[in-house]
Ligand binder design. Structure first.
Ligand SMILES: [Zn+2]
Length: 219
């Protein structure tokens, strides 16, 4: 899904984030272009699913290399579910991924601002919206229209996806998980203010299989 620059044009003048606002200025040049970033994630997931992940991952070296600045090559918007850590399922290291996680992989204003920051100041050009099999947040939204406390906000924001697939054939939870990923990706495409970086940014959708460990990138 290529980001739609027409949706972003209005943001050109509004993008005034400065590096100093976050304590560090960075060149906005892409670290890795979107296609290469996607290939790196796919290769990493292959290592993970084939049990070829090194047990001696050089985290100390990566910590030293990134201590004074970060240049993540991809942004991952994932679920807070403890079984879906992007650094693990994509076999990446410290400083590689800029990760935003909420139950149900939703994006609010804070998440959207984080995405914009990572594109503008850290050079990331690939945004992955990562849903997962048997997501508890989506399951809650399938089961009820509301929930107590702030979980109610999560259910409220996932319900449109559940309603959209109510007449689809197949498993309602599977369909709602896919639909929710689609809608979150669409929201990022429509609302993220990426200015002149927009044409080089790609938003892709993916679903993680808890059983096999495989990340399936959706068309
Ligand atoms: Zn989940």
């Amino acid at each position: 899904m290529a980001i739609q620059s027409k949706y972003l044009a209005s943001g050109l003048a509004a993008l005034v984030l400065s590096g100093s606002a976050f304590g560090a200025g960075h060149d906005a040049a892409p670290v890795v272009d979107a296609e290469s970033a996607l290939a790196k994630l796919q290769d990493g997931n292959k290592r993970y699913t084939s049990n070829s992940v090194s047990s001696g991952k050089p985290t100390a070296k990566a910590r030293t290399a990134t201590a004074q600045g970060q240049h993540p090559f991809a942004i991952v918007v994932g679920c807070a579910d403890s079984r879906t850590s992007p650094e693990i399922v994509f076999d990446q290291n410290l400083g590689d991924l800029f990760v935003i996680r909420t139950a149900g992989n939703l994006v609010d204003d804070y998440a959207m601002g984080s995405i914009e920051y990572a594109v503008e100041h850290l050079g990331a050009r690939l945004i992955v919206v990562l849903g997962h099999e048997r997501c508890g947040a989506v399951k809650a939204a399938v089961g009820a229209a509301n929930a107590p406390g702030h979980v109610g906000s999560i259910v409220r924001d996932i319900r449109p996806a559940v309603n959209a697939v109510s007449k689809y054939p197949g498993d309602v939870l599977v369909n709602a998980i896919n639909e929710n990923v689609y809608r979150v990706a669409d929201k990022i495409c429509r609302k993220a203010v990426l200015g002149d970086k927009a044409p080089s940014v790609r938003v892709v959708r993916a679903v993680y299989d808890l059983d096999s460990g495989k990340v399936e990138f959706l068309k």
